[in-house]
Design a protein around this ligand. Structure first.
Ligand SMILES: [Zn+2]
Length: 121
């Protein structure tokens, strides 16, 4: 299912701060750059089109259209990506971005628990 997720900049900032802390705590420095690049993209383009998978647990996938790299479409989830960096077992901004988008989504859902906005009254 395709869905557009709007990233709230305040939520993004919180999620980003926590992610930076986690990188520091776990010394996964390789993720630092990927994270910052992903965050920059989300600041520039806060509307992200994703695929939501039914299983497991509504995992998100980002689809990168071919224009980013001629002729190649990436499908990227938090666990795997089709880009060259990932093939080299390196951190990539695609996976960092999926992760950030997921965290932002989860946080928003937690803070606004099932508001029945779409129910007819
Ligand atoms: Zn990638």
């Amino acid at each position: 299912m395709r869905q557009v997720i709007q990233i709230d900049q305040t939520v993004l900032k919180q999620v980003l701060d926590e992610a930076r802390e986690r990188i520091k705590a776990t010394e996964q420095w390789g993720w630092g750059n990927a994270l910052e690049k992903a965050a920059e993209e989300l600041r520039d383009e806060p509307a992200v089109e994703v695929e939501v998978e039914e299983e497991p647990e509504q995992a998100l996938a980002l689809i990168y259209p071919p224009h980013e790299r001629v002729g190649v479409t990436y499908r990227c989830t938090a666990a795997t990506c089709q880009c060259e960096a990932h093939a080299d077992r390196k951190p990539c901004r695609h996976r960092a971005k999926v992760r950030l988008v997921s965290l932002c989504r989860d946080r928003v859902e937690r803070e606004v628990p099932a508001a029945p906005t779409e129910e007819p009254s």
